[in-house]
Each structure stands twice: as structure tokens, then as C-alpha cells.
Design a protein around this ligand. Structure first.
Ligand code: G6P
Length: 272
């Protein structure tokens, strides 16, 4: 099932209830901003390759749980919203989640749309009687014209883990990051604003409450091995993810954690 929100000025966002996964975002008078692979798996229990998968309670294989946890493959429940430009989804622990991760929780994903902006907020609440910790991410697949022409600005001086070669504590030297081949990095304590520049637009990626940022592109070789990535799909996508990985979030009983990612598009290279 898919929920579509539209604003009066023509912006549109689509969210699949499976995974509470945003799968399309078309700002007012702008082209589609999110990548969604044409060969995504439609199998029940599989996440779509693209949009914004919600990663919880474990990022990647950095822990004992299945890769990227379970939130992206669970069916979320859409709540009634008091705002036409906002959709709210929730997921509570159930038999499947407890078999993987023995904690009682409630997760809420709020998607808010306005003319040139999309905001996605993830909230996690501990409803159990022991504290727990988790890692998580909004695994945003940006759609790009061509990966080799994309410029990511804002990471210079930030420490990162290079997950391709498994090396910790690298430092980003470049003022402008360009992508050539496989890139898989966790930038720790990343700036709250990154800019993704292309010939015809600039996208500002703001994060609030997520300490880390992940930049991922599989490159040609790994891309070919991903059955659900369309041929040469790596050329048309770049993941810029808002994440909490390096310092897992520790949530006491009855506490709530919230963090968000906000995307703002501008047609030219003007600053926002
Ligand atoms: O193929 P998936 O399970 O969706 O994971 C896709 C990618 O997600 C993140 O960006 C990780 O940093 C990558 O290491 C991983 O390959």
C-alpha cells in the first residue's frame, strides 16, 4: 500500500507502508529527487532498492542482527494525521521483531512535505522495562544525473570509517567529494548540512539529531552483483544517509529519541 501527499503548489511524496519507505519525492516545479531501482524486488519482506529505507535497530552488519535490522521490511501502520502535508507511520514490537531483538519499542516516522522541502523524522520510544541501545539511519537514495558529476560539499576535515577497506579513522581531505568507483563511508560527527551539487541544482541535506552521515555508492562492479539494482543504476544514485552509528543510542525505560533529515532543493547553485 502506498500513501501519496500533494501540496497546493504541486509537490508530491509517496510512501510505501511496507518499511514506511519514502519511494518518490517530486518538489514543486522540480524533477524527481529520489532514486528507485526499476528492478527492485517486490517480494514480501524485501526492502525496495531506493527511496529512503528506514534502518533500525542496527546499521549494516555492525552487530549480531540481520543486516540493517528489521524496520525496512516490516509493515508500518499509518496513523490519522491532522495535517494534509504530513503522514505519520508507526511500528511497534511484535512477534517477528522480538524474535530478532528482544525489546519493547514504538517507532514513529513522520514525513512532512512543503514546496521545495521534504522532512523525515524518526522517533524511537522505549516501552519496555529494560534500557536498550540501537543504531539507525535514514538511508536516502538521491537520484543523480550522473554519479561522476556529483559534488558533495561539507565533509572536509571530518573523520570517517572507510567500509570498503575496513579502515577506521580516515580524515576527509577534499573540500569537494567526488565519487569514482565504490564508496562506502561513515562520517562521524558530521556537519549538520551537506550540499549535493549537480549541473542543474543544489540539494541541501540537513540533519538534526543524527550524529553521523553515510555516503554510499556501490560503483560498477559491486553494482552488477546487486540483483535488485537496475543495469548501471549506480550511475544514477548516491546515498547520503543521516545516521547514528558510531555512538549507539542508549534509551532508558520510557524515554524517546528523535532525529530528522531535511532535504531542500534549489534549481541553481545559489546558496539556500
Ligand atoms: O544492500 P543493502 O543491504 O541495502 O545495503 C546497502 C548499503 O547500505 C549502507 O550504505 C552501507 O554502508 C553499505 O555497506 C551497504 O552496502
Amino acid at each position: 500500500m502506498i500513501t501519496t501527499l500533494r501540496t497546493a503548489d504541486g509537490a508530491q511524496v509517496q510512501i510505501a507502508h511496507n518499511g514506511a519507505q519514502v519511494i518518490s519525492w517530486i518538489p514543486a516545479n522540480q524533477p524527481e529527487q529520489l532514486f528507485l531501482s526499476k528492478t527492485s524486488s517486490s517480494d514480501a519482506g524485501a526492502a525496495l532498492r531506493g527511496g529512503v529505507p528506514v534502518i533500525f535497530p542496527q546499521f549494516a552488519s555492525l552487530g549480531l542482527l540481520p543486516k540493517h535490522g528489521f524496520a525496512r521490511t516490516q509493515l508500518w501502520h499509518k496513523r490519522a494525521s491532522d495535517h494534509p502535508d504530513r503522514a505519520v507511520f508507526e511500528l511497534r514490537d511484535n512477534e517477528i521483531t522480538r524474535a530478532i531483538w528482544p525489546h519493547a519499542f514504538w517507532a514513529e516516522l513522520t514525513v512532512t512535505l512543503s514546496g521545495a522541502e521534504l522532512e523525515i523524522e524518526l522517533a524511537i520510544h522505549n516501552t519496555g522495562n529494560t534500557e536498550f541501545s540501537f543504531t539507525c539511519a535514514l538511508h536516502t537514495y538521491l537520484r543523480v544525473e550522473h554519479i561522476e558529476q556529483v559534488r558533495v560539499i561539507g565533509l572536509q576535515g571530518t573523520h570517517y570509517r572507510d567500509s570498503v577497506i575496513g579502515v577506521e579513522n580516515c580524515v576527509e581531505m577534499d573540500e569537494v567529494l567526488t565519487i569514482h568507483g565504490q564508496v562506502d563511508r561513515i562520517y562521524m560527527n558530521a556537519p549538520t548540512r551537506l550540499d549535493v551539487q549537480q549541473a542543474r541544482q543544489r540539494l541541501a541535506v540537513f540533519s538534526n539529531g543524527f550524529a553521523d552521515a553515510v555516503v554510499w555508492n556501490p560503483g560498477a562492479e559491486l553494482g552488477r552483483t546487486l540483483a535488485d539494482l537496475e543495469p548501471n543504476g549506480y550511475e544514477r544514485m548516491l546515498c547520503v544517509e543521516a545516521a547514528a552509528i558510531a555512538e549507539p543510542i542508549c534509551l532508558p525505560i520510557d524515554a524517546t529519541w528523535r532525529a530528522s533529515q531535511r532535504l531542500v532543493v534549489q534549481p541553481s547553485a545559489r546558496s539556500i
